[in-house]
Design a binder for this molecule. Structure first.
Ligand code: CP
Length: 315
């Protein structure tokens, strides 16, 4: 009988890679990013000294832009960029690929947020340096997904076998689409809780079904909140509604407050990508269930990990 020879494991390579969609990463790669983020929390070496990050934000942001900038500073690198496209030459009609071809001459890595779906991919195709998607329309927000996974793992001790509820705007909420895809690798049972008009898109549900993910669609949060290990609440994305009247109909569809927490699991963790508007009452903030501020803080080590990895530096 022929002796079986173990094939050498394919080495994971992140150097020079773009981070455009969570779909571009397999389970092992996702876990590698999370392990690297853990290391970033433990050591403070200036791994990216001499490197420059450009942050190009064509849409408002607090967490994504500032945590990327903080991450780069913590790693000893420097940051250039803009938070308002009206002060860039986009206002004079410069195309996105042209802007990117200019910025790649000034920076080693680019983070872009843009209102148009697919804009980050267009930027990546134009650039010779790594491009990281900081959110493109209602499409993807992969670095948020990495930090969501990191927060779930940190607060629950694991990713596998959890019951995770997604609440609110599941149609336009890009973080939900990315996170549901990533959690499909980990045997998670999913509860999609939304008004009819903001259901999870059929394409995403079809994909989850194909992958054998057990999921439920419900409108009444009270019916399922007691089963959940994690509740991922989202803002109703006002800016993405074509009709303001449709937004008015659903804007306060779910408001989490302490009264809803009676009967939940003791270790239920509530996450939210933030910013919140009305969907989580401030009276939840000082309960042990509130994990959203810690989640936002986790953006720094996770983005340190991604910057270091795409620039070819191991922690
Ligand atoms: N979670 C998130 O993307 O927040 P910002 O819009 O403030 O970046």
């Amino acid at each position: 009988m022929q002796k079986r020879v173990a094939r050498p494991k394919k080495k994971m390579s992140f150097k020079g890679r773009d981070v455009i969609s969570i779909r571009d990463f397999n389970k092992q790669e996702i876990l590698h990013v999370l392990r690297t983020a853990e290391k970033m929390e433990k050591n403070r070496k200036p791994l990216l000294k001499g490197k420059i990050l450009a942050t190009l934000f064509f849409e408002p942001s607090t967490r994504t832009r500032l945590s990327f900038e903080s991450a780069m500073h913590r790693l000893g690198g420097r940051v250039i960029g803009f938070a308002d496209p009206s002060v860039s030459s986009t206002a004079k009609g410069e195309s996105l690929p042209d802007s990117i071809k200019i910025v790649e001459g000034y920076a080693d890595v680019i983070v872009i947020r843009h209102p148009l779906e697919g804009a980050a991919r267009v930027a990546a195709e134009a650039a010779s340096v790594p491009v990281i998607n900081g959110g493109d329309g209602a499409n993807q927000h992969p670095t948020q997904t990495f930090l969501d996974l990191y927060t779930i793992k940190k607060t629950k001790g694991k990713l596998s076998g959890l019951k995770v509820g997604f609440l609110g705007d599941l149609k336009y909420g890009r973080t939900v689409h990315s996170l549901a895809h990533a959690l499909s690798y980990f045997g998670v049972e999913m509860y999609f809780i939304s008004p009819e008009s903001l259901r999870m898109p059929d394409d995403d549900l079809y994909e989850l079904k194909q992958k054998g993910v057990k999921y439920h669609e419900v409108k009444d949060l009270k019916k399922v909140i007691g089963k959940l290990d994690v509740l991922y609440a989202t803002r109703i994305q006002k800016e993405r509604f074509p009709d303001p009247l449709e937004y008015k109909k659903v804007k306060d569809a779910y408001i989490l407050d302490r009264s809803l927490l009676k009967g939940v699991k003791k270790d239920l963790k509530i996450l939210h990508p933030l910013p919140r508007v009305n969907e989580i009452n401030y009276n939840i903030d000082d309960t042990p269930h509130a994990a959203y501020f810690g989640q936002a803080r986790n953006g720094v080590p996770v983005r340190q990990a991604l910057l270091a990895l795409v620039l070819g530096v191991e922690a």
